[in-house]
Design a protein around this ligand. Sequence first.
Ligand SMILES: Cc1ncc(C[n+]2csc(CCOP(=O)(O)OP(=O)(O)O)c2C)c(N)n1
Ligand code: SF4
Ligand SMILES: [Mg+2]
Length: 277
Amino acid sequence: MNKLSTYAEITWCPGCGNFGILNAVKKVFSELDTKKLVMVTGIGCHGKIADYINVNSFYTIHGRTPATATGIKLGNPELTVVGFAGDGDAYGEGLEHLLFAAKRNIDITMVIHNNRVYGLTTGQFTPTSPAGFKGKSTPRGSPEEPFNPLLLAFCAGATFIARCYSAKSKNLASVLREAINHRGFSFVDVLQPCYTFFNTYDFYNERVYELEDHNPSDREEAEKRIKEWNYDSDGRIPIGIFYRESKPTFDELVLKGLNPSKREARFNVKCFLDRMI
Ligand SMILES: Cc1ncc(C[n+]2csc(CCOP(=O)(O)OP(=O)(O)O)c2C)c(N)n1
Ligand code: SF4
Ligand SMILES: [Mg+2]
């Protein structure tokens, strides 16, 4: 048994793309100092990942993973904070939290299990479901076009932007490693088939390809590649790192070297508040 495994029985459906994410995350976490690692999850099938990995974790409320992760990072900037959210969670209920975390460039990583459906509540459409999607809440097909979450994150100010596919585990692990190492807001959208309510394996297997000869520090080029696929029903789907930029982080700017979790900082509340303002 991997030292990061837990006693919890895995209750994801057989064939769920979350298994690929779990394996890649465990691989990358096993290389880190887990005493300084915290995972935060939203509510949904994705959130169960916290039960299956033996590290410090916080199950927060629907859509609030970036807000909770931000609070943890500001409380102790020495921690590595990795958030896991669903597409309904991060792009529906909690979109504003995601965009403001990107705008602030807080040094956290957000991994989105994007199955393009509300899985846990049995199959309603989400902001990234394709037009025509038939589910519990749209039995005749959703008339809405999806949005492109990478483009939203790019416009909001994310300094690391990537897309992965849960079935390409080597690529997923290597992108996750880079995302966690990046100082600043890292955003990783993972295409994760929901075997039960939106089985997209064939669709992705035909279209997904790995970015090559792409310079993630070229902003114009990154925008072009991000727009190459807009979560609709056509085209090829690039995965990999689209954009990377080095910028001061929110936690550095606000805390200026202070660690509020340390004894001396707690005894000097006034000094801390002065730095915050
Ligand atoms: C504020 C709020 N609204 C609705 C719900 C009900 N709810 C629980 S899980 C869920 C869907 C989660 O979908 P997603 O975030 O895509 O995660 P998945 O199950 O697909 O991994 C909903 C709507 C809730 N718990 N809280
Ligand atoms: S409902 Fe979908 S996302 Fe949830 S465990 Fe089953 S296959 Fe996975
Ligand atoms: Mg979902």
